[in-house]
Design a protein around this ligand. Structure first.
Ligand SMILES: Cc1cc2nc3c(=O)[nH]c(=O)nc-3n(C[C@H](O)[C@H](O)[C@H](O)COP(=O)(O)OP(=O)(O)OC[C@H]3O[C@@H](n4cnc5c(N)ncnc54)[C@H](O)[C@@H]3O)c2cc1C
Length: 477
């Protein structure tokens, strides 16, 4: 029997598998598609996901395959400079295609020992007190102690466990593809500038080194039943002509796809031994580029909690805190995409609101507030009253010996102690104790959860002893 069945080998499932393997859990990832996808949806990682990769020692490989940039236009396409003084050591966007992100996460999960089974579809499931049974399309069955549905917006797992997915349906559908354009770059830019005055869902951006290859988006004629079915090339060309008055002489499509703007949030992230993460739990329009990032961060929150359950040391309520913490974060992302959608409408009212927000974003604090929302660095879990850092993730800081995130690769708790007087005796199998100092930290000591969120700040050993069990269970001896 496996410890965990992860259904779906997209970014969320692969990240989760890697996290679970850090703790030695026996993990199988079931992926319906026999081959990795060609379609590139996400184009980048935001600050918090970049930090997550750094915390697990994966950042170097991502940096090798991505490009760092500070890009305005991250909120409703309103173009403002990247704000100063962001609370992070990684104040940039990492441009990296989703296909590369998935490949790197798959490599990491496999190196860590996860069993990735492509061409394997889950079609049914049932659970009892001890385990979950997954029914596979080939007629076989697989049992595991937990099962996590990371199987995307149309999640079979979510439907099978009967979790509601309320929200708004798709109202606008958009076609997306990569193809060659015969038209000169100047003509493409001129047409795009003109058309975008009245249609913000149209765009064409070069891919690669100026060899005529473009990523093109254009509104679809209507809303299809099955968005998994790609458009035909003829449909794409027709829509280009209808929207831009020209098809730019497009030819040689590499891939074509379509996406909608539905906005929905699962009512519950957990039903017994079955959990939901990533797009299986929340969908929204791709404005601000947040969906993949949200899924990676769901996995980062869930992995160590599930491992704690499997390891037998999880305190009461730890696994349920996955829903309590992550559901409101997704609700906030859904709301900001709703707001962005409204601000992109071309009617006079939304346009006036857009101009007003643009004025407000000239205030550095407003600009920073919005980017900290989009990049998820302002996420604060509710751990109760206390220090301003409590519940927030801590940025990477330089220490006398190395840097903070370099101490977190193993996914354990961490007591960073600048006093040298504290102890985690009783929890040393789950929590590392590092005595070091940082000019960037004005607190005596911090207890960090494996996901880097601050669980305690102080210098009092007795107080620390009351906080450790909340996240790390009973101490030994
Ligand atoms: C045009 C577009 C642009 C986007 N841009 C960005 C961006 O810039 N930044 C960003 O953060 N996000 C972006 N997103 C969103 C991002 O692509 C998704 O949020 C992300 O892919 C979600 O990852 P996931 O692993 O949760 O789900 P998915 O990527 O959907 O993966 C789910 C996997 O589960 C598999 N599966 C499904 N059913 C089964 C089954 N029954 N059995 C086994 N396997 C199954 C599927 O084959 C798939 O591989 C964009 C989305 C679109 C459409």
């Amino acid at each position: 029997m496996f410890d965990v069945t992860v259904v779906g080998g997209g970014p969320t499932g692969l990240m989760l598998a890697g996290e679970l393997r850090l703790h030695g859990a026996h993990v199988v990832v079931l992926e319906r598609d026999a081959e990795p996808p060609k379609v590139v949806r996400s184009l980048g990682l935001h600050v918090r996901s970049i930090e997550v990769m750094d915390q697990r020692g994966l950042l170097e490989r991502f940096l090798e395959h991505g490009q760092r940039y500070k890009l305005g236009g991250y909120f409703a396409g309103i173009n403002k400079p990247w704000p100063e003084r962001m609370d992070t050591a990684h104040g940039y966007i990492l441009g990296i295609p989703q296909t590369s992100t998935e490949r790197l996460l798959a490599e990491h999960a496999a190196e860590a020992g996860a069993d990735l089974r492509r061409g394997t579809e889950l079609v049914g499931l049932s659970q009892d007190e001890d385990a979950v049974t997954a029914d596979l399309a080939d007629g076989t069955r697989l049992r595991s102690r937990y099962l996590v549905g990371c199987d995307g917006g149309r999640s079979t797992v979510r439907k099978l466990v009967g979790v509601g997915f309320p929200g708004e349906p798709t109202r606008h559908e958009t076609l997306l593809g990569v193809m060659e354009l015969a038209a000169a770059p100047e003509e493409v830019t001129a047409v795009m500038t003109e058309v975008r005055r009245t249609q913000l869902r149209f765009g064409a951006g070069p891919v690669g080194d100026g060899d005529g290859l473009y990523r093109v988006v254009v509104p679809a004629a209507g809303v299809t039943e099955d968005r998994a079915a790609p458009p035909t090339f003829e449909e794409f060309r027709q829509q280009l002509r209808a929207t831009a008055g020209t098809d730019f002489g497009v030819h040689s499509p590499r891939w074509l796809s379509r996406f909608g703007d539905a906005t929905r949030l699962a009512e519950r992230y957990r039903v017994g031994r079955v959990l939901l993460a990533g797009d299986a739990a929340h969908i929204h329009p791709p404005l601000g580029g947040q969906g993949l990032n949200l899924g990676i961060q769901d996995a980062f929150n869930l992995g160590w909690k599930l491992a704690a359950e499997l390891g037998g040391w999880a305190p009461d309520g730890l696994l349920d805190s996955y829903h309590t913490e992550r559901h409101p974060v997704a609700a906030d992302v859904l709301d900001n995409t709703r707001a962005q959608t409204a601000l992109m409408a071309l009617d006079p009212g939304p346009q006036a609101a857009r101009r007003l927000l643009s004025e407000l974003m000239d205030f550095e604090d407003v600009n920073r507030h919005l980017i900290e929302k989009i990049t998820a660095v302002s996420v604060r879990y509710d751990f109760g009253e206390g220090h301003r850092l409590l519940g927030r993730r801590l940025r990477d800081v330089e220490l006398r010996r190395g840097h903070l995130y370099g101490l977190m690769h193993r996914g354990r708790g961490l007591l960073l102690d600048q006093t040298g007087r504290l102890s985690v005796a009783g929890w040393t199998d789950r929590v590392d104790h590092v005595v070091d100092a940082s000019a960037e930290l004005d607190v005596p000591a911090l207890l960090l959860r494996p996901d880097g969120h601050v669980a305690w700040v102080g210098d009092d050993q007795q107080e620390l002893l009351t906080r450790l069990p909340r996240w790390f269970g009973a101490g030994m001896g």
